[in-house]
Design a protein around this ligand. Sequence first.
Ligand SMILES: NC(=O)c1ccc[n+]([C@@H]2O[C@H](COP(=O)([O-])OP(=O)(O)OC[C@H]3O[C@@H](n4cnc5c(N)ncnc54)[C@H](O)[C@@H]3O)[C@@H](O)[C@H]2O)c1
Length: 463
Amino acid sequence: MTFPQGNGSSARPTDPKQIAIVGTGYVGLVTGACFAELGHYVLCLDNDARKIGTLRLGELPFFEPQLHELVLHNRQAGRLNFSDDVASGLRDNPIVFIAVGTPILPNDGVDLSQVCDVAATIGRELNGPKLVVVKSTVPMETGEMVAAIIAENAPHPYNVEVAANPEFLREGSAVDDFMRPDRVVIGTRSEGARRTLQALYEPLEAPIVCTDVRTAEMIKYTANSFLATKISFMNEVANICELFNVDVKDVAHGIGLDQRIGTRFMQPGLGYGGSCFPKDVRGLERTADGRGYDAQLIRAVESVNQAQVVRTYHKIERALGSVEGRRVCVLGLAFKPDTSDVREAPALRLIEMLTAAGATVTAHDPIAIEVARANTGDGVKYSSDIYEAISGCDVLVLATEWEEYAGIDFQLLRRLMRSNVVVDGRNLFDPEKVAAEGLRYIGVGRQREPVALPELDEGMIPI
Ligand SMILES: NC(=O)c1ccc[n+]([C@@H]2O[C@H](COP(=O)([O-])OP(=O)(O)OC[C@H]3O[C@@H](n4cnc5c(N)ncnc54)[C@H](O)[C@@H]3O)[C@@H](O)[C@H]2O)c1
């Protein structure tokens, strides 16, 4: 089995490297499996012994397309191993990637405790020169901090270089994103480290952007904040469209053809979620604030995003009069399709608001039900069957645009629902098809009703 990278070449490197990856979550596991696929010897380390146990049994701790096959294939080939003995794994490998979590603190600052913990262990276990590569998303100057922690803990002053190599993969298409990246960003101090990292990524035949460490760190925060800005911008535009009976899809098309703007990432909806955008937007704003800069635009991106779920809740409330005692079906729980990740998922926030207001919620998701169940109270009923979830509900809310929801049978839906409101939180459905079945369609920034054009006054020229 081969997973084509770059132009499809699957040649093994002439100089395979020994790589340790600390943190075997989404990023660490995908990175480890992909480097192994490129021919390197990878040891994935994690201090979560259960996670390592699961992986050793040949199972994945989360769902990600293509990843299972890639992991099994490279384990069989002897290039991919797993261990919870982080200290010895660090001693045995000259190249170490740090891919641990960098969550948000209650004050919106970035929690770097996992990164610092790994840096201290690297220092304590240092037994020779090492290239330490920070792949986790971290604020500017973290590379310097990691180098200082390693030096403080090191028994001998071995030559250690700390580089930055932020990751841009998306959950749901992570393997493909890693193997066919738009670009790779490498931030180093020395030529030697740059050459080593460039050689690792060369088979992917992607543009490699080489910078210093701080710039690489800033590139990642900027990329995520910019993408989040596009989402919040289009949400704001959609909200304005609703006030004037204008369809935001036409607006997005009309502006997207301008090559300076582009058509991608222009869909309004319930807002962004997941483990990256929310924390990275807040993280950049806080980091700037720490240096006395008030990043107003970036702060607004987050508040527009937060408001979008509240706005959707109010749309449901307005349509039903009150949500108390009403039955709401929520389709989609994951923060986006093709992942089981529900971290900061807008669907869960909406469910929380609905149940707090006395609604009964029934929810469906193709793969995220179990993870969601662990994150919600007992007030939610889950169903693995779409139509069972819909049965008897007053309002259907589409919260995640899974492909299978696009094929919903609206005729059957109409028969199964107690009332007739369809809130399309991702603009997935065709409003006319929904309305044709006697259902009331409410989208995000979609035209509510045909606009009555004013009569032409005498003498006015129609254009
Ligand atoms: N998930 C994504 O889509 C994505 C994309 C790009 C970048 N990132 C960034 O990559 C980093 C990792 O994200 P993730 O989603 O893979 O996180 P994750 O929570 O899925 O995985 C982190 C792993 O690190 C392990 N860990 C924590 N402390 C450890 C320690 N001291 N020693 C060994 N293992 C330890 C945890 O047990 C966990 O398995 C974050 O900075 C994130 O912002 C994530």
